[in-house]
Design a protein around this ligand. Structure first.
Ligand code: ATP
Ligand code: MG
Length: 236
């Protein structure tokens, strides 16, 4: 795998193209997209439904592959990485948060949070201790033994945030993390994500339809007709 020069860029995308087959033709979703994101930055991805926000986030999170272009993440060239290397980069660098939480229903909050460490073969006791510490950080120490069904929506998303952070990733990718939450809970969850971004210097990319949420992040980028448009920050 090619090592790139060290700089402050956590993410460097150059001329990324992505299309999906549709009937007999191909439907272009991302069109020569280029973007850099620095370590520790927070960035909102906005855009109409179907504009390609999740497609872009999935490419950034190595859940999907672009058709062409270059992607360099944490100094590593993603296009020349083998599947094993990609899995290792994903596990080491990326935490994902979804709108519908995606927790394992049969596992307790504690075991859900510990899961990424178990995938790394961390011994159970050690993984659970760290998971408990992480749950405390998101204010849920008292709910460690609850299963997802016995938690509120906001609490479930806190568990998902703890799970995303337990592996100490350099990048958190959140796809409409507050989409299923009421206004007040949504504000609390965003406050938590932003404080983790500031205190841990973890880079944060959030897909949102909500301009008020977007305005709280360092940068706002709109996905429109396959291209990215940086929106000038409005005065806060
Ligand atoms: N696996 C797929 N196969 C074919 N087309 C797809 C696939 N995934 C996404 N698309 C198409 O790509 C386009 C972008 O989808 P995407 O999910 O990235 O949009 P989005 O901006 O996240 O929308 P929303 O705000 O509704 O979540 C859509 O037109 C969608 O139909
Ligand atoms: Mg989407």
């Amino acid at each position: 795998m090619t090592q790139m020069p060290v700089n402050d860029h956590l993410i460097r995308l150059s001329n990324i193209n992505k299309s999906y087959p549709h009937s007999d033709e191909s439907l272009s979703i991302l069109n020569n997209v280029s973007m850099t994101i620095n370590k520790g930055e927070s960035c909102a991805l906005l855009g109409a439904s179907g504009s390609g926000k999740s497609t872009l986030l999935n490419i950034l999170g190595l859940l999907d592959c672009a058709d062409s272009g270059e992607y360099c993440l944490a100094g590593q060239n993603i296009f020349s990485a083998t599947p094993d290397e990609l899995a290792a980069i994903r596990n080491r660098h990326i935490g994902f948060i979804f709108q519908s939480f995606n927790l394992m229903p049969r596992l307790s909050a504690l075991d859900n949070v510990a899961l990424p460490l178990r995938y790394r073969n961390t011994p159970r006791n050690q993984a659970q201790q760290r998971a408990l510490h992480m749950l405390a950080q998101v204010g849920l120490e008292q709910r460690a033994r609850h299963r997802p069904a016995d938690l509120s929506g906001g609490q479930r998303q806190r568990v998902a945030i703890a799970r995303a952070l337990i592996g100490e990733p350099s990048l958190i990718l959140a796809d409409e993390p507050t989409g299923n939450l009421d206004r007040r809970t949504a504000d609390e969850i965003m406050e938590l994500l932003l404080s983790l971004n500031r205190t841990r210097n973890v880079t944060l990319i959030v897909v949102t339809h909500d301009p008020a949420i977007a305005s709280r992040l360092d940068r706002q980028v709109r996905v429109d007709n396959g291209v990215l448009q940086e929106i000038c920050p409005c005065p806060r």
